[in-house]
Design a protein. Structure first.
Ligand code: IVH
Length: 700
């Protein structure tokens, strides 16, 4: 992939790059979290997120409302009951070197006023970072009531029956434990058990797991708990969610409590007094890593004082009081046997290297994504080349470099295709774009299949019976060519009835028809998302649905929006979170005759329900505050985070839409502006009192 340095990106390029990265991250989240079947390495994934974040930091006004920076993981899968976490289960930010770690501490010193003084020490707890899957165990009156996976961080899957089969997990807690407590930790498999499980799977012809983490996830998320019981899963406790009373003042003390209650802890852990101690611990764990008996991929550094943890709170998807310091990835050499090009939903071409299978750290690696043409050119990767690959926990690795000394003498430069490998239409590549696209549009079956897969996917029409294999099969038989055909499948007379096909009995066919029928009623937001319009992800679809509420209103507005500068165009742009790029994509989609006629026919088959807002909102949610002047009790960052946690928007300038202006010392012109607009002006104490009073009123 050509990576234009961020500072050299034009605003337009930055926008495109953000949408490309967001799409990629969502795709890989789905593979990782929902399918337990990742396609790229952790390192590659981290790289995507880091680049996304850096571009967002340079262009805050380009941040899409549905940016993956605000989200984590994928929605929970079907089959398990969903449970909402009382306290969200977030992930950790990653550090890759000492500088990253240094920046983490600088961030903390800039957040907590009393830590501005460098001589004030920040004590941390350091633990190994286990590569398993996280789980929250809820105990009420000291009895285990349920176990939930992380899911998307807010809603997870109810795996209670399965966690009850894990012997490391206590069913009851001793008397001294709080009445309500959620213990969080990692479910994992030992390396030996992982290898044995894969051996057994291969003897039985089952699917091999990419790594111990996927094996643990696959073992826990079994609808039949007896399968989980047969897998030797373990549990380490390292954190907690809701608790009815406080049980420690420091992380270190909390570890002791968890242990007293019967949990195993991540060992060997230490208390580190300073930066130097932390670095020593990191090096030590790297040395003993292979002797631990279970996979770890780094260390976790946590601020020891819980009152500081509380104040630091959370950024969008991770706490400010902890960070994962990852180990460098493992490397190995193998041979590129072939380079093939895949076609995505939008026509994007992704080249993939098929590798001579090789075992890297206990994992069989067979493929690597090559991203795009420039990546192949830059590294000059050719079929037959020996390449250095690296993986950091997953099955599909990165190609780091070519081992030129081992290049066969007759090797030829890889020729990137000029036509689509599926439909033979020409490929185009826009100026300044790294990706090539197939121009086949509707005639390209690869794109059509990808679009259909999106249409039936879980967050869209959610038609369970139509998996990838079935779609490909039905597509090639001509049974399903467009979304409309899905709803006509039952009445298809020209083909042999489904249940007369090999492999399809009456039961499976009627099950499929049932799931299609269930999908005939869909809410407006899911419907918009299902259309698969470029840049219009789940959050944007929800924004649009909550603005227009009814399908007819939405469609009328979208059709009109394709007239430049029409009122509908202006209205679309005025929606908070809809940028010009998105608006243009929408207008272009609804200006296409074939899209409109598809929609018209679809309407005869399905019912689109009005959008109903589910968010109750807190007293402050949606209100806007402006801070001005120097605050004395806390840093600006802390004040901002505290307000945001209560649902307030924090703005940089005063306007009619501002609800509160909070003034510190030397407030400047913003105070005057506030008085002009008649906006309540509060000093720091009044503000804190307002937050506290309103907060406690709401809790009553
Ligand atoms: S503390 C608010 N401690 O790593 C999150 N997490 O990449 C607090 N993990 O989601 C998490 N070992 O699943 C913590 N010693 C440890 C851990 C650990 C593994 C996992 C956990 C987390 C993920 C982040």
């Amino acid at each position: 992939m050509v990576k234009i340095p961020i500072e050299k990106l034009t605003k337009d390029e930055a926008k495109k790059e953000l949408s490309r990265l967001a799409e990629l991250i969502r795709y890989h989240d789905e593979r990782y979290y929902a399918q337990d079947n990742p396609e790229i390495t952790d390192a590659e994934y981290d790289e995507l997120r880091i680049r996304l974040k850096s571009i967002e930091a340079s262009y805050p006004d380009l941040v899409f409302p549905d940016s993956p920076s605000f989200h984590l993981g994928a929605s929970p899968s079907k089959g398990f009951k969903k449970i909402r976490h009382a306290v969200p289960m977030l992930s950790l930010d990653n550090a890759f070197d000492e500088q990253d770690l240094f920046d983490f501490f600088t961030g903390i010193r800039n957040f907590i006023l009393e830590l501005k003084d460098e001589s004030c020490q920040i004590e941390t707890v350091v633990e190994p970072k286990i590569d398993g899957l996280s789980c929250s165990l809820r105990y009420e009156n000291r009895a285990l009531v349920y176990g939930v996976t992380r899911g998307d961080g807010n809603v997870g899957e109810d795996v209670t029956a399965n966690v009850r089969t894990i012997s490391d997990i206590p069913q009851f807690l001793p008397d001294q434990a709080p009445d309500i407590v959620e213990v969080r930790g990692e479910i994992y498999l030992s390396d030996a058990d992982f290898l044995e499980l894969n051996n057994r799977q291969s003897l039985l012809g089952g699917r091999l797991f990419a790594n111990p983490r996927n094996a643990a996830a696959g073992s826990l998320r079994q609808l039949d708990p007896s399968i989980t019981a047969a897998r030797p899963l373990h549990f380490f406790a390292y954190a907690w969610g809701e608790s009815s009373s406080s049980f420690a003042v420091s992380q270190w003390e909390a570890r002791a409590r968890l242990q007293e209650w019967g949990f195993n802890l991540n060992e060997p852990a230490r208390l580190a007094q300073d930066f130097e101690a932390l670095i020593q611990y990191y090096r030590y764990i790297q040395q003993v890593r292979s002797m631990l008996g279970y996979s770890i991929d780094g260390i976790v550094v946590k601020i020891n004082r819980l009152d500081w943890q509380q104040r630091l709170g959370f950024a969008s998807r991770s706490p400010r009081w902890a960070i994962a310091w990852k180990f460098p990835p493992e490397q190995a050499q193998t041979v590129v046997e072939d380079i093939v090009c895949q076609v995505g939903r939008t026509g994007k071409i992704t080249p993939v290297a098929n590798l001579r299978p090789i075992n890297v750290g206990g994992v069989l690696v067979t493929r690597a994504s090559l991203h795009n043409q420039d990546e192949i050119v830059r590294k000059d990767i050719r079929v037959g080349d020996t390449v250095m690959i690296q993986r950091a926990g997953d099955v599909i690795p990165q190609i780091v470099s070519v081992v030129i000394s081992k290049r066969p003498s007759q090797s030829v430069v890889f020729k990137f295709p000029t036509v689509c490998p599926d439909c033979a239409s020409n490929l185009i590549r826009e100026k300044n774009e790294a990706d090539s696209y197939c121009t086949g549009g509707l005639i390209c079956s690869a794109q059509a299949i990808e679009r259909l897969k999106h249409f039936v996917s879980r967050d869209a029409f959610d038609i369970e019976g139509l998996g990838e294999k079935t779609i490909v099969e039905f597509y090639s038989e001509g049974r399903i060519r467009s979304p409309l055909d899905i709803f006509k499948l039952k009445e298809l007379k020209t083909f042999e009835p489904l249940f007369k096909k090999t492999g399809w009995g009456v039961v499976s066919a009627s099950k499929l028809f049932d799931s299609i029928d269930q999908a005939r009623r869909i809410t407006l937001d899911r419907f918009i998302y299902a259309l698969g319009i470029h840049q219009i992800g789940q959050v944007t679809s929800r924004l649009l649905a909550s603005h227009y509420v009814q399908l007819e209103v939405f469609l009328k507005a979208m059709r009109e929006a394709s007239t430049p500068n029409s009122l509908s165009w202006q209205e679309l742009l005025s929606i908070d979170g809809i940028g010009e790029g998105m608006a243009m994509e929408l207008a272009a989609f609804f200006a296409e005759k074939h899209n409109l006629s598809l929609l018209e026919s679809l309407m005869k088959e399905i019912t689109i329900l009005d959008f109903e807002s589910a968010s109750e909102g807190s007293y402050f949610s949606g209100k806007t505050v402006v801070f001005t002047g120097v605050l004395l009790g806390m840093t600006r960052s802390e004040a901002k985070a505290q307000a945001q946690a209560l649902g307030l928007n924090v703005a940089g300038s005063v306007s009619k839409k501002t609800d509160y202006v909070v003034i510190g010392a030397n407030p400047g012109t913003k105070e005057k502006q506030a008085r002009i607009f008649n906006i309540p002006v509060l000093n720091e104490q009044e503000w804190l009192a307002l937050l506290q009073n309103t907060d406690s009123r709401m809790l009553q």
